[in-house]
Write a protein that binds this ligand. Structure first.
Ligand code: SAH
Ligand code: SF4
Ligand code: F3S
Length: 462
């Protein structure tokens, strides 16, 4: 390459997508690209997208339209759309999202440098004025879609965005078919990475001084490879020298076993935190969502963890207004929230995703938007009240905080073992290490703290 090209990747969606963007930067770096600090400075802009809800997609369409303006000063610029929405919409994206040069699904990232090279120098483009959102398929757009059952991106060194906490994908795709969910159709079937490769990656991270890893998969605990199960892998990862904190997301309740609880309780580096998506508090809805567990089974699993790890922090995902959800079923979800008392929750209004089984439910079952919105707002209010009570009760405690960065309003920001955000005053030299912090105030969802001591700050990892 005559001159170093600069790439900028903007990421939407879940941790898997953040991790994929780190992989894409890694793949591009191998071919001599550097990372641009902003879209405006880039030769290649990739928008790595999410398809989980309509709202997520609308944002991307708007953003890609906006990015066209950069072409006015950089006519050679290439704009690509990658990720789940790229896989879902394919060629249609070329029509709907302004001028897009490349549309690439999540299994094709190894081909990024090659495909970008085939696009450059940019094909003749319309004049800058008419290059704002165009109707109809523009010339030159390239689509690379489809699944590769063997692509796990082994051998690629991701370009990590944090030196403190690393995402480690252990699984791609999903074998569940929850009736509302687009993920299996945009990411394909579940495929699990070789455990030795995963462990090698974690050891390398530890050697680089990264103290925290989060194992990633859509149903991370259904991981299976030869005689390796998820609990076995988690135990091994937890025992890697230098790793101080291990998290994993998202486990599926159906694959959540006593063996896993045992590892969580026994391994001191596995954080006392669990994100266990419940989706609904009513068995009929759960069944129609094809979640494969009952409320009773879910609550029993929550009991196991709470018994084994009494101070565990719990979080969840909930969908309201799934087609056919009655008032009574919705109330059952509120009851479940009051029973479990989650430390954190991500709550959504059902969004219809073309191609998913739930779209075939009778039209009259679809919950009117105002009803869905009201259900969502009440659920959020109910959860927030509980969350604030939990947080207020923790004020006064001293926590070990892994210091991640400077806070948005100055000071430092980090997380407790239970994954709660704390901001506090202290020297920047603490970033990357652990500090003892007394929780002195709360917004109801984050803490303000005061440094007690920084005994184990930023010690190099052997
Ligand atoms: N694999 C994870 C979920 C990934 S998607 C799991 O099974 O737990 C993250 C969350 O988005 C889901 O847990 C669900 O709560 C929400 N979600 C998925 N599809 C949705 C849809 N069509 N409408 C609204 N929320 C949805
Ligand atoms: Fe979607 Fe269900 Fe798979 Fe999670 S388990 S990604 S909600 S299909
Ligand atoms: Fe979105 Fe794809 Fe993740 S649809 S939630 S970015 S797997």
């Amino acid at each position: 390459m005559s001159q170093q090209k600069r790439a900028y990747i903007e990421t939407y969606g879940c941790q898997m997508n953040i991790s994929d963007s780190e992989l894409m930067y890694g793949i591009l770096a191998e071919q001599g690209y550097t990372a641009a600090d902003s879209a405006e400075e880039a030769d290649v802009i990739l928008v790595n997208t999410c398809a989980i809800r309509d709202h997520a997609e609308q944002r991307v369409i708007g953003r890609v339209g906006q990015l066209q303006q950069i072409r006015q000063s950089r006519p050679e610029l290439l704009i690509g759309v990658t990720g789940c929405m790229a896989q879902r919409m394919g060629e249609d994206l070329l029509k709907h999202a302004g001028q897009v040069d490349l549309v690439m699904g999540p299994d094709a990232y190894r081909q990024l440098p090659e495909k970008l090279a085939s696009l450059a120098p940019a094909p003749p483009k319309p004049s800058p004025r008419s290059s704002l959102p165009v109707m109809g398929a523009p010339k030159g757009g390239l689509t690379v879609l489809g699944f590769d059952p063997f692509e796990n991106y082994e051998g690629i060194t991701a370009r990590r965005t944090s030196a403190v906490s690393a995402w480690v994908p252990i699984q791609r795709g999903c074998n569940y078919r929850c009736t509302y969910c687009i993920v299996p159709y945009v990411r394909g079937d579940e495929k699990n990475r070789d455990p030795e490769q995963i462990l090698a990656e974690v050891r390398a991270l530890a050697a680089d001084g990264v103290p925290e890893v989060t194992l990633l998969g859509q149903t991370v605990n259904s991981y299976e490879h030869g005689d390796w199960s998820f609990p076995r892998l988690l135990r091994e990862v937890a025992r890697v020298d230098g790793i101080r904190r291990v998290r994993f997301t998202s486990p599926h309740p159906n694959d959540f076993t006593r063996d896993l609880v045992e590892v969580m309780a026994e391994e001191p580096t596995v954080c006392s935190q669990l994100h266990l998506p419940v989706q609904s508090g009513h068995n009929r809805t759960l069944k129609r969502m094809l979640r494969r567990y009952t409320v009773e089974q879910y609550l029993e699993k929550i009991e196991w963890v709470r018994e084994a790890i009494p101070h565990i922090a719990l979080s969840t995902d909930v969908i309201v207004a799934f087609p056919g959800e009655t008032d009574e079923e919705y109330e059952a979800t509120l009851d479940l929230m009051r029973t479990v008392r989650y430390d954190d929750a991500f709550m959504y209004k059902y969004s219809l995703r073309d191609g998913t089984p739930a779209t075939r439910l009778p039209a009259e079952q679809f919950v009117p938007d105002e009803v869905g919105q009201a259900r969502l707002e009440r659920l959020i209010a109910t959860h927030r009240e509980i969350q604030a009570e939990i947080y207020r009760a923790e004020v006064g405690c001293v926590e070990e905080v892994l210091v991640e960065k400077t806070g948005r309003r100055g000071g430092l920001q980090g997380r407790t073992e239970s994954n709660k955000v704390v901001t506090f005053e202290g020297p920047e030299s603490l970033i990357g290490g652990f500090a003892e912090v007394r929780l002195v105030s709360t917004t109801g969802a984050t803490f303000g703290g005061e440094l007690v001591e920084s005994a184990v700050a930023a010690e190099p990892v052997a």
